[in-house]
Design a protein around this ligand. Sequence first.
Ligand code: AVI
Length: 321
Amino acid sequence: MFVLTEKENIIAQFTQDVIAGLSMTPKRLPSKYFYDAKGDGLFRDIMACKDYYVTRCEMEIFTEQTEKIARAISTGRGEFDLIELGPGDCSKSKHLLQALLNNGVRFNYVPIDISYDVIQGIESNLPGDLPGIQISSRHGDYHQMLKALSSGSDSRKVILNLGANVGNMPSEQCYKFIGDLRNSLSKGDIVLMGFDLVKDPKIIRAAYDDDEGITREFNLNLLRRMSNELEADLDISKFEHYCSYDPVTGACKSYLVAVGDTSIDIGAERFKLSRYESIWTEISQKYTLAQIEDIALANAFQPINLFTDSREWFADVLWEA
Ligand code: AVI
């Protein structure tokens, strides 16, 4: 029997998603495909760039309120699995992990990420940085992550979903993800989830169209991946990055806009784009605190704590199942 390797499966899924997205009107592509080794590096550059406030705000929460968060997630809990969805380089969670280790809390750290590079980075660096940490990493996307959660160990679960990752899901998908997350947990399990808050629209726009052009490169990387991995025939110089923020809906959206008539060929498929036609590549949704509470209650979570940075630009909320 002919069996596809994991790598071939990933390419087959990528091809299928790209063809489906480019067949839509208007065209769209999923932002999860920004992240290969180059995309991970560009995202690290975005996190360090002056216009992108998101990471610094959440880092302030994790460095200034580490003990408070450590106590909130561990008190009265016994041993637990600390499952981090999309940990990146763990730069924020590392503070929390260190505090838990210092306090003698017994936990097993389970980082789950779609990127192999991220998982490999954690496995090779974290034990050196945090001696004594127990790690059981997993590789997969959000859908697989939730399956892994419900079929995982019977230990108490504490889920970390930091960095405004849920903001990258359109609202129906975000509700579904949080509903599925709730269904994969048992009563008493808890979730610490990051949300970027509504703020001055100019600050949000600048964060997603930074002066150094890193976000532009990040967005264009999706086309680069299509060219390299799917052997798509396309001309990257025919596309530009554009981002909009709608203060009414809180939706910050990124697009690749064709700067001239062009086409993208994938295998036998040809997708024509006329000048100024756009491909929607990403949403970074911003929320009010009231909306965040509604999301929790609508999905049978009980909000139990809230941590914000000093400017109230970002919130990490603690919900109990
Ligand atoms: C990963 N995610 C939360 C980032 C965000 O802010 O939406 C991805 C990103 N896209 C452009 N800049 C950063």
